[in-house]
Design a protein around this ligand. Structure first.
Ligand code: G3H
Ligand code: 13P
Ligand code: ZN
Length: 311
């Protein structure tokens, strides 16, 4: 099984009322933790790479590690550019073997977003690559994008048909109250997603795959471990799992998770180093980080996304 696009995955996910996990990857241990979990549960996967991840690890290293994971697991795996900022990075990823790219034109005006997204779609489709666009702005911090809560804006359902029709995108990321990073809601705030907006969008775009960014639950056990072993993270509230399950049963076919992986990796390393302060072989402390990622991803696949057994 070679690296695949997400087209077939999304078709099956839409019909089967489940979602595919799109997990951010930066290094060997993260890729192994995720793909070993998916292998155990026979789940399809999207591995996504941000601009920051490409800068950190280099495109070719991540590509070759993912190719190795495909060989090792035999799973359908889609390699996706997360939050492509401009045409050039999308082109570079397409030319470098990615099967899917996101062009995130959400910071532009509606017309400029359409223009930029259409250019990427043309280049991608001519080469068999699929494209995710975005309408609406999520709050939170990404590598180069910092959208304040005041600037965040829900997707306007009345814009989605025109956007999809004029750009030709294959999937659409929407803003319904999720946000990036580990601090999505303040203590005391009740997490709330605008399922009414999702429903309206689904009516206007029948059989069309929707993408949810900023979908980490900010696993409390990992925050607790980090703080128990020397960390000082403030209380953090993420997206409750029942809301994610509800989304996965709807038109949402792709759910993006990064922060929970970071917390799992860090909790594993901190706990190990605190218990074995004299260890200095990186394999000794990276392995518990990888174990946490495997456990976390198995939980997401089975209990949240519902894509176990669907590879
Ligand atoms: O949404 C962004 C992802 O969490 C990637 O984060 O840009 O820091 O790699 P990054
Ligand atoms: P989290 O920060 O909630 O994990 O979201 C990740 C994401 O949306 C990557 O594009
Ligand atoms: Zn995102």
């Amino acid at each position: 099984m070679p690296i695949t696009t997400s087209a077939e995955m999304f078709k099956k996910a839409y019909e089967g009322k489940y979602a595919i996990g799109a997990f951010n990857v930066n290094n060997l241990e993260i890729i192994q933790g995720i793909t070993e979990a998916a292998k155990e549960l026979n789940a399809p996967l999207i591995l996504q790479v941000s601009a920051g991840a490409r800068k950190y690890a280099k495109h070719v290293y991540l590509m070759k590690l993912i190719e190795a994971a495909v060989l090792d697991t035999g799973l359908p795996i889609c390699v996706h550019l997360d939050h492509g900022d401009d045409f050039e990075i999308c082109k570079s990823c397409i030319d470098g073997g990615f099967t899917s790219v996101m062009i995130d034109g959400s910071k532009h005006s509606f017309e400029d977003n359409i223009k930029l997204t259409s250019e990427v779609v043309k280049y991608a489709h001519d080469r068999g690559v699929v494209v995710e666009g975005e309408l609406g702005k999520l709050a939170g911090i990404e590598d180069d994008v910092n959208v304040s809560e005041e600037d965040a804006a829900f997707t306007r359902p009345e814009e989605v048909e025109e956007f999809v029709k004029r750009t030709g995108v294959d999937s659409l990321a929407i803003a319904i109250g999720t946000s990036h990073g580990a601090y999505k809601f303040k203590p005391g705030q009740t997490p709330h997603l605008r399922f009414d907006i999702l429903e309206d969008i689904t009516k206007r775009l029948p059989n069309f795959p929707i993408v949810l960014h900023g979908a980490s639950s900010v696993v409390p056990e990992y925050v607790k471990i980090i703080n128990e072993y020397g960390g000082s993270m403030p209380d953090a509230i993420g997206i409750p799992e029942d809301m994610l399950r509800q989304a996965a049963r709807s038109a949402v076919c792709k759910i993006n998770i990064d922060s929970d992986l970071r917390l799992g990796m860090t909790a594993g390393i901190r706990e190990h180093m605190a218990k074995h302060p004299d260890h200095f072989d990186p394999r000794q402390y990276l392995a518990p980080g990888r174990d946490n990622i495997r456990t976390l991803v198995k939980h997401k696949i089975k209990e949240v996304l519902g894509c176990d057994g669907k590879a």
